[in-house]
Design a protein around this ligand. Structure first.
Ligand code: UDP
Length: 357
């Protein structure tokens, strides 16, 4: 029996766990224990994903959220360590690049428990992003790195992974697994009045929400684009608070809705005309559902989308955003395998079983 403690805390991790935990459930010789750190705790940022995606209810809820990075990460390390001492797992599994990811990896590695990192090797090369710091540190102390792409492996190799005594595995992307599985279950958001074409947008990254200049430019751009095509904007709680404090307001043609669950989100992605976002995951999902994507950031970890012209980086520059929407000709041949064939979760679990033998 292999015992795995999975650390979850933020929305994108719940979505990834939707695929990986389902696969764990299919293996009798693996026991998964889930710790939810509480980083995202609102019902529509957390519970809905566990319910809809049938993720097993967390065995431990740590209730740590809404604090500074240092305080949050420190409290998480302490509380995760206590659980690991009780559970004594073979592995700690962490996803992506949040404070919960880093805290889980630190707590485990100090107890000499092996760490498996899903979505390893991604780099934005922007050390001002908290996510970049979390990724680099987590990769360095993991025992096995599950990379979604060859680019991620190349990044690790240029950092010297060959000397780290760490296994590197090209697993494919677990979000691709989820997109395939949940497409059949997609549901239109019940309260959304929309007929015909629309643009889907999300904004939540600190680099945009915490800069009045950037957030203002994004709001102005959305207002201009919404004059020709309605925009649906499921609003992250952090962005909601920042927008309320901004002198400029979103126009009524931008349909602001509360954050939605994954089944609604998949419907929105599958039915929109184009995606405009600063989300990491949504850039890939746009590709999975054959939609062009305008990325409201200065760099991206998902460089293959840019290289193939499925995605364009525009930062928070009003002119560039509007020009990308009106003028950019995106590639329309989405028949390219960039993220694996939807078997990433089973690749990951097979690699963990093989490692133990
Ligand atoms: N998402 C969702 N509901 C929403 C907004 C986003 O289910 O209202 C999903 C989205 O489809 C993607 C994930 O949340 O799978 C992305 O999370 P987020 O943008 O918060 O984080 P990032 O991917 O940037 O780390």
């Amino acid at each position: 029996m292999i015992k795995v403690v999975t650390i979850l805390g933020a929305r994108p991790q719940f979505i990834k766990a939707g695929s990986v935990s389902r696969e764990f459930g299919a293996h009798e010789n693996i026991q998964e224990v889930i710790i939810h750190t509480g980083q995202h705790y609102d019902a529509n940022m957390s519970d809905i994903f566990f319910d809809e995606m049938k993720i097993p209810k967390p065995d431990y809820f740590l209730g740590i959220g809404g604090n500074s990075h240092g305080a949050m990460t420190g409290q998480m390390i302490e509380k995760i360590e206590a659980v690991l001492l009780t559970e004594q797992p073979d592995w700690v599994l962490v996803y992506g690049d949040t404070n919960s990811t880093l805290a889980g990896a630190i707590a485990a590695s100090k107890l000499h428990i092996k760490v498996a990192h899903i979505e390893a090797g991604l780099r934005s090369f922007n050390m001002n992003m908290p996510e970049e710091v979390n990724r680099i540190l987590t990769d360095r102390i993991s025992s096995i790195l599950f990379c979604p792409t060859q680019t991620a492996i190349n990044n690790l190799q240029s950092e010297g992974v060959d000397k780290w005594q760490t296994q590197v595995s090209l697993s494919g992307d677990v979000m691709q697994d989820g997109a395939i599985f949940y497409k059949e279950l997609a549901e239109k958001p019940i309260d959304l009045e929309i007929n015909g074409e629309f643009v889907l947008s999300t904004i939540h990254r600190a680099e945009n929400t915490d800069s009045t200049t950037r957030l203002t430019a994004i709001v102005e751009s959305l207002n201009v684009i919404a004059e020709s095509t309605p925009i649906v904007l499921p609003l992250h709680p952090r962005t909601k608070a920042k927008l309320e404090a901004l002198p400029i307001k979103l126009s009524p043609a931008v349909k602001v809705i509360a954050p939605v669950g994954y089944l609604n989100m998949v419907w929105l992605i599958d039915n929109c005309k184009l995606v405009m976002t600063d989300s990491g995951g949504l850039q890939k999902e746009a590709f999975f559902f054959a939609k062009p994507c305008i990325t409201l950031r200065d760099e991206t970890e998902w460089v293959e989308l840019i290289d193939h012209n499925f995605n364009i980086l525009v930062g928070a520059d009003k002119k560039a955003i509007i020009a990308a929407y009106n003028e950019h000709v995106f590639s329309s041949d989405f028949n390219v395998d960039l993220y694996g064939n939807g078997l990433a979760s089973s690749n990951i679990i097979n690699a963990l079983i093989k490692y133990e033998k």
